[in-house]
Design a protein around this ligand. Sequence first.
Ligand code: NAG
Ligand code: NAG
Ligand code: NAG
Ligand code: NAG
Ligand code: NAG
Ligand code: NAG
Ligand code: NAG
Ligand code: NAG
Ligand code: NAG
Ligand code: NAG
Ligand code: NAG
Length: 508
Amino acid sequence: MAASASSVVLLLILALLLVGFTVVTADEGAFVGVNIGTDLSDMPNPTQVVALLKSQNIRHIRLYDADRGMLVALANSGIQVMVSVPNEQILGVGQSNSTAANWVSQNVVAHYPATNITAIAVGSDVLTSLPNAAPILVNALKFIHSALVASNLDREIKVSTPLSSSLILDPFPPSNAFFNKSLSSVLVPMLSFLQTTSSYLMLNVYPYYDYMQSNGLILLDYALFKPLPSNKEAVDPNTLLHYTNVFDAAVDAAYFAMSYLNFTNVPVVVTESGWPSKGDSNEPDATMDNANTYNSNLIRHILNNTGTPKHPGIAVSTYIYELYNEDAKSGPISEKNWGLFDQNGRPIYILHLTGSGSVLANDTTNQTYCTAREDADPKMLQAALDWACGAGKVDCSPLMQGEPCYEPDTVAAHATYAFDTYYHQTGKAPGSCDFNGVAAVTTTDPSHDTCLFNRSSSVGTNGTLSNVTAPSINSTGSASDVGFPYQGSSIQTLLWLLGTILTALLML
Ligand SMILES: *[C@@H]1O[C@H](CO)[C@@H](O)[C@H](O)[C@H]1NC(C)=O
Ligand SMILES: *[C@@H]1O[C@H](CO)[C@@H](O)[C@H](O)[C@H]1NC(C)=O
Ligand SMILES: *[C@@H]1O[C@H](CO)[C@@H](O)[C@H](O)[C@H]1NC(C)=O
Ligand SMILES: *[C@@H]1O[C@H](CO)[C@@H](O)[C@H](O)[C@H]1NC(C)=O
Ligand SMILES: *[C@@H]1O[C@H](CO)[C@@H](O)[C@H](O)[C@H]1NC(C)=O
Ligand SMILES: *[C@@H]1O[C@H](CO)[C@@H](O)[C@H](O)[C@H]1NC(C)=O
Ligand SMILES: *[C@@H]1O[C@H](CO)[C@@H](O)[C@H](O)[C@H]1NC(C)=O
Ligand SMILES: *[C@@H]1O[C@H](CO)[C@@H](O)[C@H](O)[C@H]1NC(C)=O
Ligand SMILES: *[C@@H]1O[C@H](CO)[C@@H](O)[C@H](O)[C@H]1NC(C)=O
Ligand SMILES: *[C@@H]1O[C@H](CO)[C@@H](O)[C@H](O)[C@H]1NC(C)=O
Ligand SMILES: *[C@@H]1O[C@H](CO)[C@@H](O)[C@H](O)[C@H]1NC(C)=O
């Protein structure tokens, strides 16, 4: 009796540990990436594209092909890359194991690991835009995967295929959602493939179109992640889950649709989402303001690791559609205006991203600075200042008495000087303006009186770096190995836990 009770306790502890572990891994995985379409009248060259990505701290991208020039330019950039088998090549790849093997060898193996390819998107919206390829789609996935297995890259590189959310029928309430049944013969083996290879469902989520096609049923605010009065919040009557935005509802609809086919452990990665900043007369909500609101709120939502009502806290990494306005695209005006930047690398609008980390830090033409946060804990601030002037190798002599940055003699002012210097010394590397959460990027120049925050690093309007002081991001550069040594919140939690446990032990 006692033995079984203690093993139950043990199992419970194990289960708790496992649950905790799953949530933590998911949290760490949440990222915002960007799609790079190339239908521009004057496409920037790969070097310029990569310079823009770096200046904006974009660490994850999806290419719609496996362009050699881009893959070469991305080498040793620290950027994680999803490459694609274009729809034009999918029939060949899905019909021949050796065509698939050649594709992988030329477009993946030849560039890896210098270029950090982390996923292969096999086609794009194949089931909706190229329905005649449906019968060979799963074979294409399997052939590409077995070529990766043969090169021993199948653990590093995931294989999947982006689906349109229009395949999910009755998406609201999400618990009623199901995949178009006439596609079951493709979707069931596909989900089974994704499950056995520990891959994920790639889903394109466009609240803009859901809103446009809803004939007024979907409120604009609900599509834009704006706060709704509680009587307008959508409640799923079957699960009683509250939905405050269309994006979450669409992702949960996918989880429910998968679970009706008995797949409950395939995560979702959103391969496309965004909002156009311009449209013609019958697209009145394609505006700069709405695009900015949608993308800013989306980025904050994803990076906050909010998850969805069905799976709170489970990361839903998302690729914004898209980096550039594709001015050479045909179709309505909105088609050409989904981008965050124009072809000169100038932002179409400045995202409102205060406090959401360093991805897409506002703009390329205006200078950014790193300052101490107003609400920072003074002890943490002092510790970070000490670190910057010590291990961080910042020359803090201007902070000495009688030197230009001594006044005002406050921890916050001194920390701002040290943080900003460090931030610029590292070439504004991702994570270099965090200092365990006590620092934030700003566009306001913190210079005062004699203490001038003048730096030589700047980014030209065409996205090329001009006179970068000393960018120290290299091939392995990532948020955690540049910058303050204890950045991750989970590490912080761990330290805190350890501290608590030690204290508890000492008190015994
Ligand atoms: C690619 O990026 C991931 C995530 O940062 C990292 O774990 C992996 O080591 C990188 N691979 C290469 C080859 O750089
Ligand atoms: C495809 O080729 C791989 C080796 O690249 C092999 O392991 C696999 O069995 C082949 N699959 C089929 C269906 O021929
Ligand atoms: C379901 O898929 C079939 C085959 O692609 C298509 O013809 C049909 O219109 C779809 N049904 C709905 C409701 O979208
Ligand atoms: C899902 O599993 C249940 C219970 O095992 C079974 O009754 C049902 O037929 C399965 N559904 C599908 C679509 O496989
Ligand atoms: C961030 O997450 C917290 C809890 O995890 C939540 O209360 C808050 O509303 C979220 N903020 C945003 C902007 O999603
Ligand atoms: C740069 O800042 C100035 C003034 O602060 C502003 O007028 C301008 O629009 C900014 N540039 C961009 C590209 O936003
Ligand atoms: C971005 O710009 C807005 C105003 O243009 C500003 O309030 C915000 O602090 C900036 N965010 C970052 C991360 O620089
Ligand atoms: C900024 O540059 C001026 C001269 O151009 C120099 O006198 C001043 O010390 C510099 N400020 C800092 C903080 O390096
Ligand atoms: C644009 O890029 C070229 C290099 O490709 C560079 O020489 C030029 O100075 C840049 N122009 C601006 C305005 O940054
Ligand atoms: C760029 O750097 C070089 C060498 O460090 C310097 O001579 C030049 O004046 C700098 N140009 C600008 C525009 O800061
Ligand atoms: C790149 O980083 C590695 C590991 O941190 C280091 O050994 C190497 O010297 C760095 N290379 C450059 C050029 O900074």
